[in-house]
Design a protein around this ligand. Structure first.
Ligand code: NAD
Length: 261
């Protein structure tokens, strides 16, 4: 129970990687502020189930992180509802695929605002409280695409490279405040976001999702297997632990060997 008494805000935690991280932090005793979209009844069930399973306080706020002012409000609501903010996981993200010359401006704007600007606004809002208490852990969910490029992902790759850069700056600035700021760079994780990409690829190639899964891994991940939300959650717990106290400003890869080959 390394995080007993701590409060963690995990953005985009109604699904996928964010939910995996929220579960892992709750298992270590942290109170959790959930955020993200979904059916209201299902989210309330998720919130209540997590509270019961891990015996921690779990709150939810549906702030839309494409709107800059809502990020600071979400950080404040976390402090109001749960008594502080010790861990901030900037995880919410979206994706869209098209060649540069066909990439719609509105998709560029949406991806940059949710995947990159919200990370900046989140850190800006949380760092003062973390400085005051002399302890904080910020984890920004970047991607293998924060370190290397793939075609047709111009906004996503730009945003994720930006997340890695912003992480390094915030880490240097808070290095003597008891705060660490790191980025997690996952390869492929089978979440709704990737399922949609697989379905699109299968439709375009006239194949099926299983064939595209194999091709996706062969193209990128030497281990030929997906990482899981549980594995990303375990890495987040480690980055919050005393053992990781001097890891800061680091993009940590968890990608089956993707960026090494
Ligand atoms: P997902 O689609 O399963 O979950 C995304 C979450 O973000 C959901 O809870 C959704 O409701 C929330 N969200 C989306 N737009 C939002 C908004 N405007 N405001 C608030 N919440 C919003 O996706 P995922 O695969 O779990 O991705 C989570 C993060 O991990 C993203 O930043 C993504 O880029 C990154 N990532 C994913 C993979 C992967 O293979 N799945 C790999 C590398 C990085």
């Amino acid at each position: 129970m390394a995080l007993k008494g701590k409060v963690a805000l995990v953005t985009g935690s109604t699904s996928g990687i964010g939910l995996g991280i929220a579960r892992a932090l709750a298992a270590e005793g942290a109170s959790i502020m959930l955020n993200g979209f979904g059916d209201a009844g299902e989210i309330e069930k998720l919130r209540a189930d997590l509270e019961k399973e891990f015996s921690v306080k779990v709150a939810y706020d549906g702030a839309d992180l494409s709107k800059p002012d809502q990020v600071a409000v979400l950080v404040q609501k976390t402090q109001d509802a749960l008594g502080g903010i010790d861990v901030l996981v900037n995880n919410a993200g979206i994706q869209f695929t098209a060649p540069v010359e066909e990439f719609p401006e509105a998709k560029w704007e949406a991806i940059i605002s949710i995947n990159l600007s919200a990370v900046f606004y989140g850190m800006k809002a949380a760092i003062p409280a973390m400085k005051k208490q002399g302890w904080g852990r910020i984890i920004n969910i970047a991607s293998a695409h924060g370190l290397v490029a793939s075609p047709h992902k111009v906004a996503y790759v730009a945003a994720k490279h930006g997340v890695v850069g912003a992480t390094k700056v915030a880490a240097i600035e808070t290095a003597n405040d008891g705060i660490t700021v790191n980025a997690i760079c996952p390869g492929w994780v089978l979440t709704p976001l990737v399922q949609k990409q697989l379905e699109d690829r299968a439709k375009e190639a006239g194949t099926d999702v299983d064939t595209e899964k194999k091709k996706m891994l062969q193209e990128t991940q030497p281990m030929l297997k997906f990482s899981t939300p549980e594995e990303i959650g375990a890495l987040a717990v480690f980055l919050c632990s005393d053992g990781a106290a001097t890891i800061t400003g680091t993009p940590v890869s968890i990608d089956g060997g993707w960026v090494s080959h």
